[in-house]
Design a protein around this ligand. Structure first.
Ligand SMILES: [Fe+2]
Length: 309
């Protein structure tokens, strides 16, 4: 696979300072305006913008041959790109997101200190208390894992990311929404319909089930249930455990863990999901309406049209 990692996203919001506080509170490192989890620095970059929006994505590839292949693929779509300083940059003509491919070394995750779990017939933790009880502080978020983007032209947008080297993992309703990967993660990107381009949500990987639940309940305990969006649950598409909440800028963000991993493209068969209950294996099985119509969608639509009279 030409691509191997989602490096970063840049997000514009009216008041980036509120998000600086938020990422510090979640246990991210870095700042201000540049935040990363345990596994990667500078994964979430912030800037000021009149309404909340995705500005750019940075993706890691292996070498210059990947840049050349992407340039050729984009050209076939009639989209021009620019190569400079060993990177390739394209401004998506529909959504105006800037996407940069850059050759980088492969990602080696920091080894995880596994929490031992007991199962029937397999006792892994005996004569000791569970580490989730005894550890001094909550484990920190690992990394930005994926973004979900709304586009008025989802199929053309999907084609653009495929030209860049993204692989399709699964789709919904014949390609109305498409899950794509630029790493072994089942998805680093989902492109879905939107009346104007917008950031639907972004997802932060936590170490395990306990870390997702601990981080989510701590956050909701501090800020109130009005920040709750959906979860906990386990997606059928991607297999990840999830919990969705609102950040102080009005973005939906997700804590997730245990996502399907695809290391052999030939071994994975993308499916076209058409079942209404694919949202979760357990709990609420249908996707809440707020994902299709975020509370601030009117402000985003107005902001987009004000910038495109
Ligand atoms: Fe997600």
């Amino acid at each position: 696979m030409a691509l191997h990692r989602l490096l970063a996203m840049e997000m514009g919001v009216p008041d980036p300072g509120t998000l600086d506080q938020f990422y510090a509170e979640l246990g991210f490192r870095g700042g201000p305006r540049r935040w990363g989890g345990v596994d990667a620095e500078d994964q979430i970059l912030l800037c000021e913008a009149p309404y909340r929006q995705l500005k750019s994505l940075r993706i890691a590839c292996h070498d210059e041959a990947d840049l050349a292949a992407a340039a050729t693929g984009l050209e076939a779509l009639g989209v021009s790109s620019r190569q400079s300083n060993g990177t390739l940059t394209v401004v998506d003509p529909i959504n105006e997101w800037t996407v940069t491919l850059e050759p980088q070394a492969e990602f080696v995750p920091t080894p995880l200190e596994r929490r031992l779990m007991n199962y029937p017939g397999q006792r892994n933790r005996v004569n000791t208390r569970a580490s989730v009880i005894t550890e001094a502080e909550a484990r920190k978020p690992r990394r930005l894992g994926h973004v979900v983007l709304g586009s008025p032209e989802p199929q053309k947008t999907t084609a653009l990311f495929q030209a860049l080297g993204f692989r399709v993992s699964d789709m919904v309703a014949g390609g109305v929404a498409t899950f794509m990967r630029c790493s072994p993660d089942h998805h680093n990107l989902l492109v879905a319909p939107g009346s104007v381009p917008y950031l639907n949500h972004y997802a932060i990987e936590q170490e395990d089930f306990d870390s997702v639940f601990k981080a989510a309940t701590t956050y909701l305990g501090a800020h109130g249930n009005e920040r709750q969006v959906a979860g906990p649950g386990r997606h059928q598409i991607g297999g990840n455990v999830f919990w969705y909440m609102l950040d102080p800028a009005g973005n939906i963000f997700e804590f997730f863990t245990d996502m399907d991993q695809i290391i052999d493209d030939a071994a994975w068969t993308p499916e076209d999901w058409r079942t209404p209950d694919a949202w979760s294996v357990w709990g609420n099985k249908t996707q809440p309406e707020v994902f299709f119509a975020p509370d601030d969608m009117q402000a985003i639509v107005a902001g987009w049209h004000a910038a495109h009279p």
